[in-house]
Write a protein that binds this ligand. Sequence first.
Ligand code: SAM
Ligand code: FES
Length: 343
Amino acid sequence: MEHLIEQLRHEQDLPDESLIQLIERDGDDTVLFQHADQVRREHYGTDVFLRGLIEFTNVCQNDCYYCGIRKSNHHTDRYRLTPEQILTCCENGYEMGFRTFVLQGGEDPRNTDEAICSIVDQIKNRFPDCAVTLSIGEKPRSSYQAYYDAGADRYLLRHETATDAHYRKLHPAELSLANRKRCLFDLKEIGYQVGAGFMVGSPGQTAKELVTDLRFLQQLQPDMIGIGPFIPHHETPFAQEKQGTLELTLRMLSILRLMFPYVLLPATTALGTISPIGRELGLKAGANVMMPNLTPNDARKNYDLYDNKICMDENAAKCRLCQEGRVRSVGCQIVSDRGDVRR
Ligand code: SAM
Ligand code: FES
């Protein structure tokens, strides 16, 4: 197996069968992690970038089968942060050293293009040295263009799975992989720094689907790749499904680092949810981004994408400090800048 890891590191690619072998293997991943760690160091040293996450609405018109804030979940209290509340989150975050703000939310029909452009414009005016990332789902190209013209720098839209049949298993009929891909290519063409990604261990996923994800990412060449384990939410159709494993998520992080040496790779909240040291292990496996939560406490409790999500009772300052300690514990350090991709 070690020769496959060496080959992946040097060629940044392997035939499908070898990738499947690597993904399905049953054994110790220490060597894989070490290679991924070295590649991350070659590109980013021991720098870890922070993104301040602002979960600004949990209202969603979509009904993705895996997601706790899907429209059919009538047991969630829905909220929307006002523009003033969002700006206060940014102010607090700026004081704590954040230079990137990620506005994430459900596909809330009240978020008109004007509303999004206005908040982006206000943040960029108030904090010109900060990057603004949007993560608000599928939109027409004209909307993406308008947000970009208003100053948005980056966009996160996980493709979720690049296999058509699997996409249909995870989403209702009105959502399609073709449109998801269309969005991602539009975003790239417009000039955004783009993040794609997928859940590890989502229902119906095998190594074959994961290889198709890797192939799609090779085609898209995103700046950021967000992956985390699938975790069931008790009020969704996938309530009884098994969660994704720590082992496979870490293995996929390392494979991604070797295939996309330059990429920004977060150690996600979902990884921290399935293991108390999940994010630290993620950093050791090649991740280089952390996303502490800046959402006010009363709101964040209701952004419950999956069960047992961590940090629901913490505040922004506590998350910032907590993550700093975690980053230091693995011999890395947080840098206070925008954290642009280093291609
Ligand atoms: N609405 C936007 C979108 O669709 O991109 C952003 C919000 S969406 C809730 C953010 C991400 O949460 C999704 O891309 C999905 O991968 C992840 N997610 C949702 N439900 C999850 C679950 N049960 N387990 C793990 N991740 C989940
Ligand atoms: Fe929120 Fe650790 S990151 S408490």
